[in-house]
Design a protein around this ligand. Structure first.
Ligand code: GLU
Length: 554
């Protein structure tokens, strides 16, 4: 069992005696901070023992906030963390950071879990998979964070701040006007040096407060640390007195405290997160140290970017880009394995060669390299390249897997049609899937209806027949069209080999003073409603004489 001072990750605890409040005042603050009680820090650390893992095993986590749709960046981070954890024989955790009750969106926790399942990001611990370090919903850990907040209060490293939104807004306005560094520090730390009497009065008045960190850093001094992806860093010390516990009725922590407490208790070995957190790293290092903990190994990565319409590179935006939402990928029906392969290619530049050389291997056999990840610049989402990955992937599927995937993704009349006559459907779906140059029409399962729907009478009549004629045969006289079809039916024998069939087509076209191209177009559009399809001879072979006759006789 780990106890408070035995853990190898502890460094000497920093007390600030001069800022400790009297026991009575401290108790009064705690009574307001944690009216429903808290878990003693020592109790938490006894409850969660150090993990018994090999030296190489990494404990990795992805901690999304349930504040809206699931971002494709979360899946990208999930993939990287899952690989690093499992490649090393370690543990992969999904933690839900639901501490922002105002921004929480109903249903988004379920959406995160479902997206992780669909992408087969198999977490060892998380919601629904309670490991020994849960609960994995931060709101259910509220009492533990309060225990750490109380610990900081006892050490003189936290204080209540009763500043009103107006007080804070005024400070911000002044800082902006004077072009000063923004934030709650130095003279702007309004409640940092308030006397016990002032705090007591505010408590007596029942004023709401946040508990703030008491930083001991100085912006003029610098600290050094190594970021796994960005390398050696030298940044100013933190001097911000950030909130640790919010002021509302939930008594929940901010990200800063929750991150440090959870990643410590859960035994995270590497903290990978988006580089929007880079500016907070000095704060997180100081906060860890103030709790007597060794700072984490951080790796900050650039978020997924795209090239926008003006040719500029920018971060994928929740508001502007539908691709930011995982649901978009799922609804379009991009094969998940192909999306994962594409994302692995974004993370490691050598992935593509490996993927080509090992088409039959599971993606899990690729060994993700942190060095390569570090070397890759901001991952750039290129939908055309993703489409190619998806087309290749679908083209490579075995006939059986392809058939099953099409059936699974279909719905409504299309699904019913596919299932009505499995023998016919098998033949339809086998057209031009083998040979030297298999067709690569499909990149999304949702395209299957358009690609194959016309083979089935019920769909052909509603979705293809009329539209196709209007679109692709409007330049052909009705009599010419009819004569061409009749002529074809007079000589068509399904048993003819392709060469003989073509000879007859050529003769018939000549006879009617049509080019072979136009002759074939008339037949193709009448049979399929489209002017681009797989090989016409092959289509007729699969459709069979009856269907061909019925369609050409109309
Ligand atoms: N909930 C944080 C976010 O979504 C997690 C950051 C982290 O990985 O620590 O940005």
């Amino acid at each position: 069992m780990r106890t408070l001072f035995q853990s190898p990750v502890h460094t000497p605890i920093c007390y600030n005696l001069s800022y400790m409040y009297s026991p009575e005042l401290t108790e009064r603050i705690i009574a307001k901070l944690a009216p429903n009680g808290y878990t003693l820090r020592q109790e938490s650390e006894t409850r969660y023992p150090l993990r018994q893992l090999s030296d190489k095993a990494e404990v990795m986590r992805v901690p999304p906030s349930p504040t809206g749709f699931v971002h494709i960046g979360t899946i990208y981070a999930g993939l990287i963390n899952e690989r690093i954890a499992h490649q090393s024989g370690g543990v992969f955790i999904l933690r839900i950071e639901d501490t922002d009750k105002k921004r929480e969106v109903t249903g988004s926790i379920e959406a995160i879990i479902s997206a992780f399942q669909k992408f087969d990001l198999n977490y060892d611990e998380g919601p629904g998979k309670e490991g020994g370090y849960g609960p994995y919903l931060q709101s259910e850990r509220a009492r533990m964070y309060l225990g750490y907040a109380v610990d900081l209060l006892h050490k003189g490293r936290a204080y209540p701040c009763f500043a009103s939104p107006d007080d804070l807004a005024m400070a911000v306005k002044y800082q902006q006007a004077k072009k000063l560094r923004p934030g709650y520090y130095g003279q702007w730390a309004l409640w940092r040096d308030k006397s016990a009497a002032e705090i007591t009065t505010a408590l007596n008045d029942n004023k709401p407060f946040v508990l703030r960190f008491r930083s001991e850093g100085s912006h003029d001094k610098r600290i050094n640390y190594t970021d796994i992806f960005k390398g050696k860093m030298e940044v100013p010390e933190n001097d911000l007195d950030v909130p640790l516990i919010k002021s509302d009725e939930f008594h929940l922590p901010t990200y800063h405290l929750a991150h440090v407490v959870d990643d410590f208790l859960m035994g995270t070995t590497k903290v990978f997160r988006s580089d929007e957190w880079l500016p907070s790293t000095a704060l997180h290092i100081e906060l860890s140290q103030s709790l007597g903990l060794k700072p984490f190994n951080y790796g900050h990565f650039a978020p997924i970017s795209i090239i926008d319409n003006n040719g500029g590179k920018r971060k994928l935006s929740k508001r502007k880009d539908p691709e930011a939402d995982v649901q978009y990928w799922l609804q379009a029906g991009y094969p998940i394995e192909a999306v994962k392969a594409y994302l692995l290619g974004l993370a490691n530049s050598n992935f593509e060669d490996w993927y080509r050389a090992n088409p039959d291997k599971s993606l899990k056999e690729f060994s993700l390299s942190l060095e390569k990840l570090a070397a890759s610049r901001a991952p750039l989402l290129d939908m055309r390249k993703l489409e190619d990955y998806a087309k290749d992937y679908i083209a490579r599927l075995s006939q059986e897997d392809f058939y099953n995937a099409i059936i699974k993704s279909a719905d409504g009349t299309f699904k019913a049609a596919l299932e009505a006559d499995p023998g016919y459907t098998h033949q339809v779906l086998a057209i031009e899937r083998t040979g030297l140059k298999p067709r690569k029409d499909l990149s999304q399962w949702s395209q299957a209806k358009d690609q194959y729907g016309y083979f089935f009478n019920e769909l052909f009549e509603t979705d293809f027949q009329q539209q196709g004629r209007q679109e692709h045969l409007s330049d052909i006289d009705n009599n010419v069209e009819r004569a061409a079809s009749e002529a074809f039916l007079s000589f068509y024998v399904p048993d003819d080999a392709q060469a003989a069939w073509l000879e007859k087509m050529r003769a018939a076209a000549d006879n009617q003073s049509l080019s072979l191209k136009d002759y074939a177009r008339i037949l193709r559009v009448k049979l399929t409603g489209k002017n681009q399809t797989p090989d016409l001879y092959a289509i007729m072979q699969v459709m069979g004489l009856e269907r061909v006759r019925a369609r050409l006789s109309v």
